[in-house]
Write a new protein. Structure first.
Length: 69
């Protein structure tokens, strides 16, 4: 069992150490110099998920308090 876990650690370490990133192909020669960049970046989705999570927690709390004498 110990030999198996040691072998797994060695293989994973070798994979991490010997993995070399390949260079990407160069981009095209032109492009729009004033390209707009989205600032949101998914923050809206995170806020919506937080609101939904909070609403669910409040609903569950209210439901559990309703059953108590």
């Amino acid at each position: 069992m110990k030999l198996k876990s040691l072998f797994a650690v060695v293989i994973i370490t070798a994979g991490i150490l010997f993995a070399t990133p390949l260079p990407a192909q160069p981009g095209g020669p032109g492009g729009d110099p004033d390209a707009e960049i989205p600032i949101d970046g998914g923050i809206g989705l995170l806020i919506a998920a937080g609101v939904a999570y909070g609403a669910k927690k409040a609903y569950d709390k209210r439901k559990s308090d309703k059953g108590k004498p």
